[in-house]
Structure formats: C-alpha cells, structure tokens
Ligand binder design. Structure first.
Ligand code: FMN
Length: 196
C-alpha cells in the first residue's frame, strides 16, 4: 500500500470512528462542577464527546409569540441535530429537572410550531436520547423518568438509557466511576449498532 493510500485509509478510519461516536451532552445544573457536572464529564471523557453547559447559553423561556428567536436556542439545536445520540444531564431538583433543562425542553416546542423549523424538528425522530441524573435519593422517581420518556416518545426519539447516581456525599470517583463507565459503555455500544 503506498503512502497516499495509507493516509486516505487513516482518514476514513477516523471518520468512521467519529460517525460511530456521534453524541453530544447537554448539562444543566446550578453548579458546573457539582455532582451532575462531574458525572457527565466522566462519561464525556470516556466517549470523547462535547458537553454543552446550558448555563453558558442565552436561552429564554418559551414564548407563545416567538419573540426570542435571536437567542442561542436555534444555533444550539443545530449543533444537537448534527448528532445521533443526545444525552440530557440534570440534577433532580424538587422531583424535577433543573430550571435551564426545563427551559430548553420547553423551547423544543419551537421546532414543532414554527413553519421554518418543522423540518429541523423532524430530524429529532429516530435519535437516541439518554438521561444522566443525580440526587440524594436511592433512585429517580418513576414520574421523573417518565416525563423524559414521554417527551422523547412525543418527539419520536428513543430512550436509550438512564443513569442515576445517589450523591448524598457528593460525586465520589471511587464509588461512582464504575456506574459512569458502565453508562459510557452503553452509549458507545448503541452508537456502534444504531438500530439496537
Ligand atoms: C434545589 C434543590 C432541590 C433538590 N431536590 C431534590 C429532590 O427532590 N430529590 C432528591 O433526591 N434530591 C434533591 N436535591 C439534591 C440534589 O439532587 C443532589 O444533591 C444532586 O446531586 C445535586 O447535583 P448538582 O451538584 O449538579 O446540583 C435537591 C437539591 C437542590 C439544591
């Protein structure tokens, strides 16, 4: 094999790896390096994927009149839509998602309502969605997980998996890394067999 051919194969190989691991994580917590932030960072470093901190984005609440179209929601959504797998990372605050995660999910309605965004909304169909969450309870409540499940169902997305860590004493790598790595392996496996 000559040098040029070999280099082309390496590039194609890189592209295949990139395509297989096409995932992005959206994090929303009241502290970037808190329990949820540390958990998603561990997962993201395993998968070599981007974590978007919703706190760094200027995304305003849902507006029936859509007077907020010049904020960061649409550019962020285009970044999200470039991936096959979307990981939603949030702490459980009062049995529900964090406020910025709720605002983000509410804004997804824009994709279902604005004629020029309908085609973008349809691109959510078939994507895999994951939930990464922390709380001080032993498990997330069924209603917490179901709110995600039903939202994904509505959007035509498939719930690929949920990981919850009980962080009464904070994120403890010695205790929690195993679960984080197990979850990363699940996402990695799913990206290799998209139909799975
Ligand atoms: C405002 C607030 C509300 C919370 N509500 C709950 C709750 O409903 N159930 C629970 O188990 N833990 C609750 N917790 C604990 C957090 O879920 C837990 O400490 C989580 O790991 C924090 O993640 P973070 O460091 O990313 O904020 C709450 C914490 C805060 C600050």
């Amino acid at each position: 094999m000559n040098g040029e051919h070999y280099n082309a194969n390496i590039s194609i190989g890189k592209f295949i790896v990139w395509a297989m691991l096409s995932a992005i994580a959206l994090l929303s917590s009241s502290r970037r390096l808190g329990n949820t932030g540390q958990l998603i960072d561990r997962i993201a470093s395993e998968l070599n994927i981007e974590v978007v901190d919703l706190a760094s984005q200027r995304i305003s609440s849902y507006d029936y009149d859509h007077r907020n179209r010049n904020d960061d929601f649409e550019p962020l959504m285009r970044r999200v839509l470039a991936h096959d797998q979307v990981i939603f990372a949030t702490p459980i605050y009062w049995y529900a998602v964090s406020p910025a995660m709720k605002v983000f999910l509410d804004r997804v309605s824009d994709l279902l309502e604005l004629p020029d965004l309908l085609s973008e909304g349809r691109r959510l169909r078939g994507k895999k969605a994951y939930v990464v969450c922390t709380s001080i309870g032993s498990d997330p409540s069924v209603t917490f997980v179901d709110a995600f499940r039903e939202t994904f169902d509505y959007l035509g997305m498939h719930l690929g998996g949920v990981v919850h860590l009980s962080c009464q004493d904070g994120y403890l790598p010695a205790v929690h890394d195993t679960e984080a790595l197990k979850f990363a392996a699940l996402v990695r496996e799913a990206t290799r067999s998209p139909a799975g």
